[in-house]
Design a protein around this ligand. Structure first.
Ligand SMILES: Cc1ncc(COP(=O)(O)O)c(C=O)c1O
Length: 429
């Protein structure tokens, strides 16, 4: 860690907090120095001290094919030679848009953006534009990026930081946002009875990834769709994490509820900057230049990101690694539960496909309140002990472990060995 310490000292001088996104900070796991990485290869990260880590962070989700996948590298190299930014329509962005339209049910047209934050921000603006209403209904512990309206009681870095919301968000913005508990239809019904005619949009992650992995209860998403439409509001799914992570396309289709609008991101950029939003053609027709809702971006749909996204989607479509990744994740999750039981440590795992969250505690985690009951001190200790054994986990009890198509049985066995040692230490103290 000698070199990392040096580099991170420099980071703290030049970069506020030493990190360019708070979710990367180790503040919530004891405040130690995060290893400073130089490269990623397959399922592994390598730091400036030459140490190797098995990577379960996957850069917070996008790297479903692992680091530096040869097909993605080749596509980006090829595209770079053709120009990285043309400022005109390009063939490669059209190909990516067509693939999104083909593979996400309910997306008849898209707009590419540079981040997931912009995608969600645009979904909210579009819903307000087409309904002529202001209110946004969203849910505690979900994360929709860092635009003003979605930070109250948000998950991910906001939850990890322990804050309820961000400073600097005008009251006028928060007055138009109602944040309700996830998985609680009664709460939504109650709010809609009072405010329904003024609600523009009901926005949720269909499977939440940002208070840890939390699945919708049976009938919950159907209920959300019914209540939204009953009052003339739109329903949007933020599938920035979920789309192409659990299946080829969005999870909405598998869950049987198709929203009016989607926000997409992460996997569709194959590790480069990419977001997208889309949905019904009549709604997307309201975006400028066709309609009066303005949204733009110098880097939106840039050819490099589009090429990386297309290459990633092409590998996912042709090789469909989903079952293999899910089996490996299930095996690892079961082994963690088994090792915890042997040491009499109380843990809960929520898993969907290739992603899971390990919570310290025996509660069922179904919403933000139950996720917050997970023991932060035990998680911090676990995180630190795993790191020293070469296992890189997200530095937050509210994030997921992601298995990529590059994780192998040896990686998982090494991880189980580390878990065994770490649980033994934790059980002793
Ligand atoms: C569900 C969800 N929506 C939106 C975002 C924001 O995306 P970005 O960080 O690319 O702005 C994230 C990021 O973690 C996310 O998990």
């Amino acid at each position: 860690m000698v070199e990392s310490e040096e580099w991170f000292k420099r980071a703290q001088v030049a970069i506020s907090g030493g990190v360019n996104s708070p979710a990367r900070s180790f503040a919530a796991v004891g405040g130690g120095t995060p290893p400073v990485m130089t490269r990623g290869q397959g399922a592994h990260l390598f730091d400036v001290d030459g140490r190797r880590y098995i990577d379960y962070l996957a850069a917070f989700g996008p790297l479903v094919l692992g680091h530096a996948h040869p097909r993605v590298v080749a596509a980006v190299e090829h595209q770079m030679k053709l120009g990285s930014l043309l400022g005109t329509p390009t063939d490669v962005e059209i190909l990516l848009a067509e693939e999104l339209v083909r593979s996400v049910r309910g997306v008849e047209q898209v707009r590419l953006t540079t981040t997931g934050t912009e995608a969600v921000m645009s979904v909210i603006r579009l819903a307000r534009a087409v309904t002529g209403r202001n209110l946004l209904v969203k849910f505690e512990g979900t994360y929709h990026g860092h635009s003003d309206p979605v930070l109250a009681k948000a998950g991910s870095g906001v939850a990890t930081g322990g804050g309820e919301a961000s400073l600097g968000v005008p009251l006028g913005v928060t007055q138009d946002v109602i944040t309700l508990p996830y998985n609680n239809l009664e709460a939504v019904a109650r709010v809609m009875r009072t405010h329904g005619p003024r609600v523009a949009l009901v926005l949720t992650e269909p499977i939440v990834g940002n208070m840890g992995i939390v699945e919708p209860a049976p009938g919950y998403l159907e209920g959300l769709a019914e209540l939204s439409h009953q009052y003339g509001a739109l329903l949007a799914f933020d599938e920035v994490i979920t789309a192409y992570r659990f299946r080829y396309g969005a999870v909405a289709e598998a869950l049987g509820v198709i929203p009016d609008l989607y926000a997409l991101g992460k996997v569709i950029g194959g590790g480069l900057a990419q977001g997208a939003y889309g949905g019904r053609r009549d709604l997307m027709g309201q975006v400028a230049p066709l309609g009066g809702m303005f949204q733009a971006g110098t880097l939106a749909g840039n050819p490099l990101s589009a090429a990386a996204g297309l290459a990633t989607l092409s590998v996912l479509r042709t090789e469909s690694p989903y079952a293999t990744m899910a089996n490996l994740a299930e095996y690892l999750a079961q082994a963690i539960l088994d090792r915890a039981r042997r040491r009499r440590l109380e843990v809960t795992i929520n898993r969907v496909g290739s992603a899971f969250t390990l919570f310290f505690g025996s509660m069922a985690v179904v919403d933000y309140a139950s996720a917050q009951r997970a023991d932060a001190v035990q998680f911090a200790r676990f995180h630190q002990l795993m790191l020293t054994r070469g296992i890189y986990l997200a530095p937050s009890r509210f994030e997921a472990w992601f298995i990529s198509a590059q994780h192998r049985a040896e990686d998982v066995e090494q991880t189980i060995g580390a878990v065994d040692e770490v649980f033994a230490i934790m059980a002793d103290h």
